[in-house]
Design a binder for this molecule. Structure first.
Ligand code: ATP
Ligand code: MG
Ligand code: FE
Length: 342
Protein backbone atom coordinates (compact mmCIF):
# COMPACT_ATOMS: atom_id res chain seq x y z
CA UNK A 1 0.00 0.00 0.00
CA UNK A 2 1.41 3.35 -1.08
CA UNK A 3 -0.26 6.46 0.32
CA UNK A 4 0.36 9.99 -0.86
CA UNK A 5 -0.27 12.17 2.21
CA UNK A 6 -0.83 15.91 2.44
CA UNK A 7 -0.74 18.10 5.58
CA UNK A 8 -1.57 21.82 5.60
CA UNK A 9 -3.42 22.28 8.91
CA UNK A 10 -1.28 25.13 10.22
CA UNK A 11 1.99 26.68 9.12
CA UNK A 12 3.78 23.72 7.58
CA UNK A 13 3.13 22.62 4.01
CA UNK A 14 3.97 18.93 3.94
CA UNK A 15 3.69 16.05 1.47
CA UNK A 16 4.89 12.48 1.86
CA UNK A 17 4.65 9.03 0.31
CA UNK A 18 4.39 6.26 2.90
CA UNK A 19 4.43 2.50 2.33
CA UNK A 20 2.20 0.34 4.56
CA UNK A 21 1.89 3.12 7.13
CA UNK A 22 5.46 2.48 8.26
CA UNK A 23 8.07 3.09 5.62
CA UNK A 24 8.63 6.69 4.55
CA UNK A 25 9.58 6.86 0.86
CA UNK A 26 9.60 10.64 0.67
CA UNK A 27 8.81 13.35 3.21
CA UNK A 28 8.85 17.03 2.26
CA UNK A 29 8.21 19.89 4.65
CA UNK A 30 8.16 23.58 3.91
CA UNK A 31 7.94 25.59 7.09
CA UNK A 32 6.48 29.10 7.14
CA UNK A 33 7.93 29.92 10.55
CA UNK A 34 10.22 32.64 9.19
CA UNK A 35 7.24 34.36 7.56
CA UNK A 36 5.05 34.26 10.66
CA UNK A 37 7.84 35.23 13.07
CA UNK A 38 7.45 38.86 12.06
CA UNK A 39 3.86 38.76 13.38
CA UNK A 40 4.68 36.88 16.59
CA UNK A 41 2.39 34.00 15.63
CA UNK A 42 0.62 32.27 12.77
CA UNK A 43 -1.51 34.58 10.61
CA UNK A 44 -4.25 32.41 9.01
CA UNK A 45 -4.60 34.28 5.71
CA UNK A 46 -0.86 34.36 5.20
CA UNK A 47 -0.65 30.63 5.97
CA UNK A 48 -3.26 29.77 3.32
CA UNK A 49 -1.53 31.84 0.68
CA UNK A 50 1.84 30.25 1.44
CA UNK A 51 0.34 26.77 1.20
CA UNK A 52 -1.03 27.62 -2.25
CA UNK A 53 2.39 28.80 -3.37
CA UNK A 54 4.20 25.60 -2.44
CA UNK A 55 1.74 22.71 -2.62
CA UNK A 56 1.74 21.93 -6.35
CA UNK A 57 5.48 21.79 -6.66
CA UNK A 58 5.80 19.79 -3.44
CA UNK A 59 3.28 17.19 -4.61
CA UNK A 60 5.28 16.62 -7.78
CA UNK A 61 8.55 16.42 -5.94
CA UNK A 62 7.24 14.06 -3.23
CA UNK A 63 6.03 11.55 -5.84
CA UNK A 64 9.23 11.90 -7.83
CA UNK A 65 11.46 11.37 -4.78
CA UNK A 66 9.46 8.35 -3.58
CA UNK A 67 10.69 6.24 -6.47
CA UNK A 68 7.19 5.08 -7.38
CA UNK A 69 4.87 6.42 -10.05
CA UNK A 70 1.45 7.90 -9.37
CA UNK A 71 -0.36 4.93 -10.88
CA UNK A 72 1.18 2.74 -8.16
CA UNK A 73 -0.44 4.86 -5.43
CA UNK A 74 -3.15 3.13 -3.38
CA UNK A 75 -4.80 6.26 -1.98
CA UNK A 76 -4.48 9.99 -1.39
CA UNK A 77 -4.70 11.09 2.26
CA UNK A 78 -5.08 14.61 3.61
CA UNK A 79 -5.53 16.26 6.99
CA UNK A 80 -9.24 17.06 7.33
CA UNK A 81 -8.93 18.69 10.77
CA UNK A 82 -8.42 20.05 13.33
CA UNK A 83 -6.60 23.14 12.12
CA UNK A 84 -7.10 26.50 10.46
CA UNK A 85 -9.98 26.20 8.02
CA UNK A 86 -8.34 28.17 5.20
CA UNK A 87 -5.08 26.29 5.59
CA UNK A 88 -6.79 22.89 5.67
CA UNK A 89 -8.75 23.78 2.53
CA UNK A 90 -5.64 24.20 0.41
CA UNK A 91 -4.47 20.66 1.13
CA UNK A 92 -7.96 19.25 0.77
CA UNK A 93 -8.57 20.80 -2.64
CA UNK A 94 -5.20 19.54 -3.86
CA UNK A 95 -5.81 16.02 -2.52
CA UNK A 96 -9.33 15.83 -3.96
CA UNK A 97 -8.08 16.97 -7.35
CA UNK A 98 -5.41 14.27 -7.46
CA UNK A 99 -7.76 11.59 -6.14
CA UNK A 100 -10.19 12.47 -8.89
CA UNK A 101 -7.64 12.85 -11.69
CA UNK A 102 -5.80 9.64 -10.80
CA UNK A 103 -8.91 7.73 -9.74
CA UNK A 104 -7.64 6.90 -6.23
CA UNK A 105 -9.61 6.66 -2.98
CA UNK A 106 -9.45 9.70 -0.71
CA UNK A 107 -8.78 9.42 3.04
CA UNK A 108 -9.64 12.44 5.22
CA UNK A 109 -7.31 12.12 8.18
CA UNK A 110 -7.30 13.44 11.74
CA UNK A 111 -4.24 15.58 12.53
CA UNK A 112 -3.87 14.27 16.09
CA UNK A 113 -4.29 10.66 14.96
CA UNK A 114 -1.34 11.54 12.73
CA UNK A 115 0.73 12.84 15.64
CA UNK A 116 -0.06 9.61 17.53
CA UNK A 117 0.66 7.24 14.63
CA UNK A 118 3.96 8.99 13.93
CA UNK A 119 5.12 6.46 16.51
CA UNK A 120 4.39 3.63 14.09
CA UNK A 121 6.99 5.08 11.70
CA UNK A 122 9.49 4.01 14.35
CA UNK A 123 8.12 0.87 15.95
CA UNK A 124 5.05 -1.38 15.92
CA UNK A 125 2.46 -0.21 18.47
CA UNK A 126 1.21 -2.64 21.10
CA UNK A 127 -2.24 -2.29 22.60
CA UNK A 128 -3.57 -1.08 24.91
CA UNK A 129 -1.34 1.94 24.44
CA UNK A 130 -1.43 5.41 25.94
CA UNK A 131 -0.60 8.51 23.93
CA UNK A 132 0.51 11.70 25.62
CA UNK A 133 -0.23 14.36 23.02
CA UNK A 134 1.51 17.66 23.64
CA UNK A 135 1.42 20.16 20.79
CA UNK A 136 0.71 23.75 19.93
CA UNK A 137 -3.05 23.29 20.09
CA UNK A 138 -3.55 20.06 22.07
CA UNK A 139 -2.72 18.52 25.41
CA UNK A 140 -4.40 15.15 25.76
CA UNK A 141 -4.07 11.69 27.18
CA UNK A 142 -5.48 9.27 24.61
CA UNK A 143 -6.14 5.62 25.37
CA UNK A 144 -5.85 3.22 22.42
CA UNK A 145 -7.43 -0.07 23.43
CA UNK A 146 -6.92 -1.38 19.91
CA UNK A 147 -5.60 -0.12 16.60
CA UNK A 148 -7.38 3.02 15.48
CA UNK A 149 -9.60 3.17 18.59
CA UNK A 150 -9.12 6.56 20.23
CA UNK A 151 -10.51 7.44 23.64
CA UNK A 152 -9.62 10.82 25.11
CA UNK A 153 -9.32 10.23 28.87
CA UNK A 154 -7.97 13.67 29.70
CA UNK A 155 -7.44 17.04 28.01
CA UNK A 156 -6.50 20.58 28.83
CA UNK A 157 -9.32 22.74 30.11
CA UNK A 158 -7.66 25.91 28.85
CA UNK A 159 -4.27 26.41 27.19
CA UNK A 160 -2.34 23.68 25.39
CA UNK A 161 1.20 23.02 26.63
CA UNK A 162 2.81 24.37 23.43
CA UNK A 163 0.61 27.45 23.61
CA UNK A 164 1.63 28.04 27.24
CA UNK A 165 5.29 27.64 26.27
CA UNK A 166 4.89 30.17 23.49
CA UNK A 167 3.15 32.67 25.79
CA UNK A 168 5.76 32.30 28.52
CA UNK A 169 8.49 32.66 25.89
CA UNK A 170 6.92 35.85 24.65
CA UNK A 171 6.79 37.27 28.20
CA UNK A 172 10.50 36.45 28.52
CA UNK A 173 11.22 38.23 25.25
CA UNK A 174 11.85 35.29 22.92
CA UNK A 175 10.64 35.17 19.30
CA UNK A 176 7.88 32.85 18.05
CA UNK A 177 7.79 29.88 18.40
CA UNK A 178 9.30 30.20 21.84
CA UNK A 179 9.05 26.65 23.17
CA UNK A 180 12.60 25.64 22.22
CA UNK A 181 14.03 28.85 23.78
CA UNK A 182 12.31 28.19 27.11
CA UNK A 183 13.50 24.57 27.00
CA UNK A 184 17.11 25.69 26.46
CA UNK A 185 17.01 28.35 29.17
CA UNK A 186 15.43 25.91 31.62
CA UNK A 187 18.14 23.30 31.08
CA UNK A 188 20.94 25.84 31.44
CA UNK A 189 19.65 27.42 34.63
CA UNK A 190 20.87 26.36 38.07
CA UNK A 191 18.00 28.09 39.82
CA UNK A 192 14.25 27.63 39.60
CA UNK A 193 11.43 29.97 40.62
CA UNK A 194 8.87 28.08 42.71
CA UNK A 195 5.60 27.86 40.77
CA UNK A 196 2.34 25.98 41.43
CA UNK A 197 1.48 22.47 40.20
CA UNK A 198 -2.07 22.24 38.92
CA UNK A 199 -3.46 18.75 39.60
CA UNK A 200 -7.23 19.46 39.43
CA UNK A 201 -9.49 16.78 41.03
CA UNK A 202 -7.55 13.79 42.41
CA UNK A 203 -8.93 11.31 39.84
CA UNK A 204 -8.86 13.69 36.86
CA UNK A 205 -6.62 13.21 33.84
CA UNK A 206 -7.37 16.74 32.66
CA UNK A 207 -4.84 19.54 32.61
CA UNK A 208 -4.95 23.27 33.22
CA UNK A 209 -2.13 25.55 32.12
CA UNK A 210 -3.59 29.04 32.30
CA UNK A 211 -3.02 29.48 36.06
CA UNK A 212 0.62 28.53 35.72
CA UNK A 213 1.01 30.88 32.77
CA UNK A 214 -0.52 33.72 34.85
CA UNK A 215 1.82 32.91 37.73
CA UNK A 216 4.76 33.31 35.35
CA UNK A 217 3.41 36.61 34.04
CA UNK A 218 3.02 37.81 37.65
CA UNK A 219 6.66 37.05 38.42
CA UNK A 220 7.76 38.85 35.26
CA UNK A 221 5.58 41.93 35.94
CA UNK A 222 6.42 42.19 39.64
CA UNK A 223 10.13 41.94 38.95
CA UNK A 224 9.90 44.72 36.41
CA UNK A 225 7.79 46.90 38.76
CA UNK A 226 10.39 46.54 41.45
CA UNK A 227 12.99 47.54 38.90
CA UNK A 228 14.91 44.33 39.47
CA UNK A 229 16.61 42.17 36.89
CA UNK A 230 14.61 39.18 35.78
CA UNK A 231 16.30 35.82 36.16
CA UNK A 232 14.85 34.41 32.95
CA UNK A 233 16.51 31.05 33.37
CA UNK A 234 14.99 30.57 36.81
CA UNK A 235 11.53 31.43 35.49
CA UNK A 236 11.92 29.12 32.50
CA UNK A 237 13.13 26.30 34.71
CA UNK A 238 10.38 26.78 37.29
CA UNK A 239 7.76 26.77 34.54
CA UNK A 240 9.21 23.74 32.79
CA UNK A 241 9.51 21.75 36.02
CA UNK A 242 5.90 22.45 36.92
CA UNK A 243 4.58 21.44 33.49
CA UNK A 244 6.69 18.30 33.29
CA UNK A 245 5.91 17.04 36.78
CA UNK A 246 2.16 17.09 36.12
CA UNK A 247 2.42 15.58 32.62
CA UNK A 248 4.65 12.73 33.76
CA UNK A 249 2.62 11.97 36.87
CA UNK A 250 -0.72 11.81 35.08
CA UNK A 251 0.65 9.79 32.16
CA UNK A 252 2.19 7.21 34.51
CA UNK A 253 -0.98 6.96 36.59
CA UNK A 254 -3.07 6.35 33.44
CA UNK A 255 -0.58 3.74 32.19
CA UNK A 256 -1.12 1.81 35.43
CA UNK A 257 -4.87 2.26 35.62
CA UNK A 258 -5.48 1.03 32.06
CA UNK A 259 -2.70 -1.54 31.96
CA UNK A 260 -1.06 0.06 28.93
CA UNK A 261 1.84 -1.69 27.23
CA UNK A 262 3.44 1.43 25.79
CA UNK A 263 3.54 5.15 26.35
CA UNK A 264 3.63 7.12 23.10
CA UNK A 265 4.88 10.68 23.28
CA UNK A 266 3.48 12.79 20.44
CA UNK A 267 3.23 16.33 19.13
CA UNK A 268 5.64 19.23 18.73
CA UNK A 269 6.36 19.60 22.46
CA UNK A 270 7.75 16.05 22.41
CA UNK A 271 10.87 17.85 21.19
CA UNK A 272 11.24 19.27 24.71
CA UNK A 273 14.44 17.85 26.15
CA UNK A 274 13.33 18.26 29.74
CA UNK A 275 10.12 16.34 29.10
CA UNK A 276 11.89 13.58 27.19
CA UNK A 277 14.49 13.14 29.91
CA UNK A 278 11.93 13.13 32.74
CA UNK A 279 9.72 10.59 30.96
CA UNK A 280 12.66 8.36 30.07
CA UNK A 281 13.94 8.38 33.62
CA UNK A 282 10.54 7.68 35.15
CA UNK A 283 9.54 5.00 32.64
CA UNK A 284 12.86 3.18 33.03
CA UNK A 285 12.51 3.25 36.78
CA UNK A 286 8.99 1.85 36.61
CA UNK A 287 9.66 -0.53 33.72
CA UNK A 288 7.20 1.11 31.33
CA UNK A 289 8.04 0.99 27.61
CA UNK A 290 8.26 4.51 26.16
CA UNK A 291 8.25 5.48 22.48
CA UNK A 292 9.39 8.89 21.28
CA UNK A 293 9.60 9.52 17.54
CA UNK A 294 12.58 11.48 16.18
CA UNK A 295 12.10 15.23 16.20
CA UNK A 296 11.09 15.57 12.53
CA UNK A 297 8.18 13.18 13.06
CA UNK A 298 7.03 14.97 16.24
CA UNK A 299 6.44 18.37 14.67
CA UNK A 300 3.91 18.71 11.84
CA UNK A 301 4.71 16.50 8.87
CA UNK A 302 2.84 14.48 6.25
CA UNK A 303 4.47 11.10 6.90
CA UNK A 304 2.44 10.88 10.11
CA UNK A 305 -0.74 11.53 8.11
CA UNK A 306 0.20 8.66 5.80
CA UNK A 307 0.76 6.45 8.86
CA UNK A 308 -2.69 7.22 10.31
CA UNK A 309 -4.48 7.03 6.95
CA UNK A 310 -3.13 3.51 6.50
CA UNK A 311 -5.44 2.30 9.30
CA UNK A 312 -8.45 3.48 7.31
CA UNK A 313 -7.07 2.10 4.06
CA UNK A 314 -6.77 -1.38 5.59
CA UNK A 315 -10.48 -1.31 6.47
CA UNK A 316 -11.45 0.31 3.15
CA UNK A 317 -12.89 3.27 5.08
CA UNK A 318 -12.63 5.96 2.45
CA UNK A 319 -13.90 9.52 2.41
CA UNK A 320 -16.33 11.00 -0.10
CA UNK A 321 -14.96 13.48 -2.62
CA UNK A 322 -17.32 16.15 -1.25
CA UNK A 323 -15.46 16.04 2.09
CA UNK A 324 -15.13 19.38 3.86
CA UNK A 325 -12.47 20.85 6.11
CA UNK A 326 -13.43 20.23 9.75
CA UNK A 327 -11.57 22.67 12.03
CA UNK A 328 -13.05 20.92 15.08
CA UNK A 329 -12.91 17.29 13.86
CA UNK A 330 -13.31 14.84 16.76
CA UNK A 331 -10.55 12.30 17.41
CA UNK A 332 -12.84 9.71 18.98
CA UNK A 333 -15.21 10.11 16.04
CA UNK A 334 -12.36 9.37 13.65
CA UNK A 335 -11.84 5.92 15.24
CA UNK A 336 -12.12 2.93 12.90
CA UNK A 337 -15.73 1.95 12.43
CA UNK A 338 -14.99 -1.63 13.42
CA UNK A 339 -15.46 -1.90 17.18
CA UNK A 340 -15.94 1.81 17.57
CA UNK A 341 -16.55 3.01 21.12
CA UNK A 342 -20.17 3.53 22.08
P1 ATP B 1 -1.67 20.96 16.84
O1 ATP B 1 -0.91 19.76 16.43
O2 ATP B 1 -2.26 20.84 18.21
O3 ATP B 1 -2.64 21.39 15.81
P2 ATP B 1 0.65 22.44 16.08
O4 ATP B 1 0.67 21.47 14.95
O5 ATP B 1 0.77 23.88 15.80
O6 ATP B 1 -0.63 22.16 16.97
P3 ATP B 1 3.10 21.28 16.67
O7 ATP B 1 3.67 21.74 15.38
O8 ATP B 1 2.89 19.84 16.88
O9 ATP B 1 1.79 22.05 17.04
O10 ATP B 1 4.03 21.84 17.84
C1 ATP B 1 4.40 23.20 17.87
C2 ATP B 1 4.51 23.63 19.32
O11 ATP B 1 5.58 22.91 19.96
C3 ATP B 1 4.82 25.09 19.49
O12 ATP B 1 3.95 25.61 20.47
C4 ATP B 1 6.28 25.09 19.97
O13 ATP B 1 6.62 26.17 20.80
C5 ATP B 1 6.33 23.80 20.74
N1 ATP B 1 7.70 23.30 20.91
C6 ATP B 1 8.56 22.95 19.93
N2 ATP B 1 9.75 22.58 20.47
C7 ATP B 1 9.61 22.71 21.81
C8 ATP B 1 10.47 22.49 22.93
N3 ATP B 1 11.72 22.05 22.78
N4 ATP B 1 9.98 22.73 24.17
C9 ATP B 1 8.72 23.15 24.34
N5 ATP B 1 7.87 23.40 23.34
C10 ATP B 1 8.31 23.17 22.09
MG1 MG C 1 3.44 23.93 13.41
FE1 FE D 1 0.43 19.43 14.92
Amino acid sequence: CYILAVETSCDETAVAVVKDGREVLSNLISSQIETHKAFGGVVPEVASRKHVESITYMLEEAVEKSGITHDQLSAVAVTQGPGLVGALLVGIVAAKTLAMAWDKPLIGTHHIAGHIYANRLVQEIEYPSLALVVSGGHTELVLLEAEGQFKVIGATRDDAVGEAYDKVARALGFPYPGGPHVDKMALESEEAVQLPRVWLEPDSYDFSLSGLKSAVLNVVNQTSMRGENLNKGAVARGFQESVIEVLVEKAVRAMREFGCRQLLLCGGVAANRGLRAALKERCERENLPLLIPPHHYCTDNAAMIGAAAYLKWKQSEFTDLDMKAEPGLSLEGWSLEKQRYK
